[in-house]
Design a protein around this ligand. Structure first.
Ligand code: DX5
Ligand code: ZN
Length: 219
């Protein structure tokens, strides 16, 4: 199973319905990067704008919260067209409770870790998350280089989750995913791929998503 989640971080913010429409037929989820200029040094959308985007998206939305003190805020994003909500381990005071609240809201609960956070810090949280997001760049900006050095973390997570009976957990990678890198991440054990600049800086975003899907599975 390969899931492709285009990120609109590098799309034209003034024409988001049109930008999302370009990928709606071929992508699995829309990846929405919410940044608060506190947890990361960049700002994207406030809550009201985020909810508007989720509502008009033709794709179910995978919400990636890069916001501080996220515990009490995460379920604000749980509306009809929200598929999942991912919080950063580094931004949670009580990750177990926050992940539980996301599930209670009816959404898939995602837990993200920054490059410097080891898998060991979150492995015991596996009963509470549906998806682990292993960041393959420092969160904050699109267009950065893929950190291949994160692949042992992805492999370790995949192996551990399998051995402990959590094979159904998705592993997402986010940052620098392109035709050149997706196969490496898939081989390490990722199954869910965020792609921002690869998709929105290409001439044909829909064709790029199909190409990414093929490249992930290529022999
Ligand atoms: C980075 C964001 C990513 C970003 C990825 O903090 O979480 O989702 O949009 O962009 P690319 O694919 O260009 O690295
Ligand atoms: Zn993201």
């Amino acid at each position: 199973m390969i899931r492709i989640c285009p990120s609109i971080l590098n799309a034209n913010f003034d024409a988001l319905p049109e930008e999302i429409a370009k990928v709606a037929e071929v992508a699995d989820f829309l990846h929405l990067d919410v940044m608060d200029d506190v947890f990361v040094p960049n700002f994207t959308f406030d809550l009201a704008r985020s909810l508007e985007i989720i509502e008009f998206s033709q794709l179910p939305v995978d919400v990636h919260l890069m916001i501080a003190e996220v515990d009490a805020k995460a379920t604000n994003y749980a509306i009809d067209n929200t598929a999942g909500i991912t919080v950063h381990y580094e931004a949670c005071a009580d990750p177990i409770e926050t992940l539980k609240q996301i599930r209670i809201s009816g959404k898939r609960a995602g837990l993200a870790i920054k490059p410097n956070t080891p898998f060991d810090a979150v492995s015991e949280l596996a009963p509470y998350f549906d998806m682990l997001l292993v960041m393959t760049v420092e969160p904050g900006f699109g267009g950065q280089s893929f950190m291949e050095s994160m692949m042992p973390k992805v492999s370790q997570a995949r192996t551990w989750l399998h051995q402990k009976g959590y094979s159904d957990r998705w592993i997402q990678v986010d940052g620098g995913i392109s035709i050149a890198t997706i196969r490496t991440a898939y081989s390490a054990g990722a199954d869910t791929f965020v792609a921002g600049s690869a998709v929105y800086r290409s001439e044909d975003p829909a064709a790029m998503i199909s190409a990414l899907r093929e490249a992930a599975a290529a022999n």
